[in-house]
Design a binder for this molecule. Structure first.
Ligand code: GUN
Length: 300
């Protein structure tokens, strides 16, 4: 079998198109322009690229994009004061503080300061709890993107065996909650799981979010399974002969794509969905803050 390649780039484009339509209606019918504030502290090059892309795509769907760049030596008090000001700003419906933060700042304090109704990363304990019990609100961006791709690929997920490899707060744990809500039978595996290959072989759906390049081998995949690769790992690529590196996922793609039914590539799979879902969450929070029902096609 040769797997169908799940084109996250094109799905994300379509999703951004739907988001732009919802934004247009919010403006026209309710006089609301959803606003997303992105805060970056310091000059981490990868973070700079992410934040620039987030700001650009926010503006492209017609939202207000507010970027705050703070110096590397910013104090915790100064950052918390900015977050408080954004909490109180009625033009702001979403607040994202780019991680990681410099060592002098405690990320937990920052997350706890973000108003849950504006927490478009779904990092605050209040929103994590809402996802768990199925209340409306923002949903962790990468897991939401994975869920949208899975629904598009498979329709109903009820009764399917889902194995998530990785138990991070950012991906593994919220992904498990979302798949449980879809009536999957969910296993969360991790670095200490015994016989990981045999666990993965049971899966109709594999979510690879372990952060180790090409760790999940083709022979671990059940024939016809749907494989969602969240990993983004940069590795040496001597075969290129030009000294450059290349990006790979957590799945050994060449092997797995001969056995899986469908698979996301890296790059071009889950990655583009994460920012699109951040924008989707900003529409959701803008609606909820204004007492409107959020669009059902933008959430879990
Ligand atoms: N750094 C890397 N990914 C993310 C993310 O999804 N949200 C935030 N706030 N920081 C990040």
């Amino acid at each position: 079998m040769t797997a169908k390649i799940i084109d996250g780039k094109s799905f994300a484009e379509g999703l951004r198109g739907r988001i732009a339509e919802h934004v247009g209606r919010l403006k026209q019918d309710h006089g609301i322009t959803p606003g997303l504030a992105v805060v970056i502290v310091g000059h981490d090059p990868a973070s700079q690229v992410y934040v620039t892309n987030k700001a650009k795509q926010t503006a492209e769907v017609g939202m207000a994009s507010l970027k705050h760049e703070l110096p590397e030596d910013t104090s915790q008090e100064a950052l918390l004061a900015l977050v408080q000001a954004l909490n109180n700003d009625p033009a702001v419906h979403g607040i994202l503080v780019q991680m990681p933060l410099p060592a002098q700042i405690d990320p937990v304090r920052v997350i706890e300061t973000i108003a849950p109704e504006k927490d478009v990363d779904c990092f605050t304990p209040a929103n994590v709890g809402k996802v768990q019990i199925g209340l409306p609100g923002p949903v962790s961006c990468t897991p939401l993107g994975c869920l949208m791709l899975l629904r598009d690929q498979l329709g109903s997920l009820a009764g399917l065996n889902a194995v998530i490899v990785g138990r991070s707060n950012l991906v593994g744990k919220p992904m498990a909650q979302l798949l449980l809500r879809e009536n999957c039978t969910v296993t969360v595996a991790h670095s200490k799981t015994q016989n990981l290959a045999d666990v993965v072989r049971q899966a109709d759906i594999v979510i690879a979010a372990v952060g180790r390049p090409q760790m999940i081998k083709g022979e671990w995949i059940k024939s016809g399974a749907t494989v969602i690769d969240v990993g983004i790992n940069r590795i040496d690529a001597p075969e290129r002969g030009d000294g450059k590196t290349r990006l790979v996922g957590d799945v050994a793609y060449a092997e797995a794509s001969k056995i899986a039914g469908a698979i996301t590539p890296v790059p071009g799979g889950v990655g583009p969905m994460t920012i699109a879902c951040l924008l989707a969450n900003t529409v959701t929070t803008a609606c909820l803050i204004n007492g409107l029902t959020p669009p059902s096609d933008l959430t879990a």
